[in-house]
Write a protein that binds this ligand. Structure first.
Ligand code: SAM
Length: 258
């Protein structure tokens, strides 16, 4: 069946076989994995996953592609839905295992989707996504690098993150305008305890809103409550580790800041 790629669904189909094999290899699939693929499209990844996994789930918004997928992969339960409106708690009832999630995602839904999935992180073993390279670089950015920002801290607080490969635009049809990268996010099971999660988010946001200032200046109004944090407050916000932000926000919370 001929299918014209729909721009509004962010359809850039992966056509580079070596990238496809590289991706599926990196998943280290086991025959009994509980897995859901988001945006299977014309089945480029679905086909290779199906060779290793006879049963899994897929969520696809494009109703023209759904029958094609259902016909081609009878063991795959294809749900026709907008993943951003999809009830994952319902899906996660289908298996008690820790779930694996994979998708070559349309880039405009990547951040809301990550927010949505992280609500369910206790049920998730890992997530593998193809994203815009710039977003992956921000997700992974270590302390002291230019790409480090609010997203790096918030995501690294919750997940171990590993970039697996860069992928060039020519690997897709049609080719996207931006570079891509494939990333693994594994929710941590031992996240550092926070006294006040909202305060942590606020401290990180305020620090990076003024990223050219030192922490001391960016957080001036909070720090009056905290004469000595033991942290280097003359550092720039990107220089602090996730542990530093947790320690800082916990100390502020102890000092009565909300
Ligand atoms: N996985 C295929 C591949 O690698 O060739 C397709 C990738 S394409 C970048 C993104 C896919 O996600 C498309 O099939 C598109 O229809 C689907 N999609 C877009 N928005 C979606 C949404 N909100 N919910 C579910 N699927 C969506």
């Amino acid at each position: 069946m001929h299918h014209k790629a729909r721009r509004r669904f962010g359809q850039n189909f992966l056509t580079d076989e070596s990238v496809l094999y590289g991706i599926v290899h990196s998943l280290g699939l086991r025959v009994d994995d509980a897995l859901v693929e988001i945006g299977p499209g014309k089945g480029a990844l679905t086909r290779l996953i199906y060779e290793k996994l006879p049963n899994f789930w897929a969520i696809e918004i494009d109703r023209d592609l759904v029958p094609l997928l259902r016909g081609g992969y009878p063991g795959v339960e294809v749900v026709e839905a907008d993943v951003l409106k999809y009830d994952f708690s319902d899906l996660f009832l289908r298996s008690e295992k820790q779930w694996r999630i994979i998708g070559n995602l349309p880039y405009n839904i990547s951040t809301p989707l990550l927010d949505l999935l992280l609500i369910h992180r206790g049920r998730i073993k890992d997530m593998h996504f193809m994203l815009q390279k710039e977003v992956v670089d921000r997700l992974c950015a270590p302390p002291g690098t230019k790409s480090r920002g609010r997203l790096s801290i918030m995501m690294q607080y919750l997940c171990d993150i590993e970039k697996l490969m860069d992928v060039a635009p020519q690997s897709f049809t049609p080719a996207p305008k931006v570079n891509s990268a494939f990333v693994r996010l594994s929710p941590k099971h031992d996240i550092l305890p926070l006294q006040d999660e909202q305060l942590f988010k606020k401290v990180v946001r305020v620090a990076f809103n003024q990223r050219r200032k030192t922490l001391r200046n960016a957080l001036k109004s909070y720090l009056t409550e905290l004469p000595d944090s033991g942290l280097n407050l003359n550092a720039r916000p990107e220089e602090l580790s996730v542990e530093d932000y947790v320690a800082l926000s916990n100390q502020l919370s102890d000092a009565g800041v909300h």
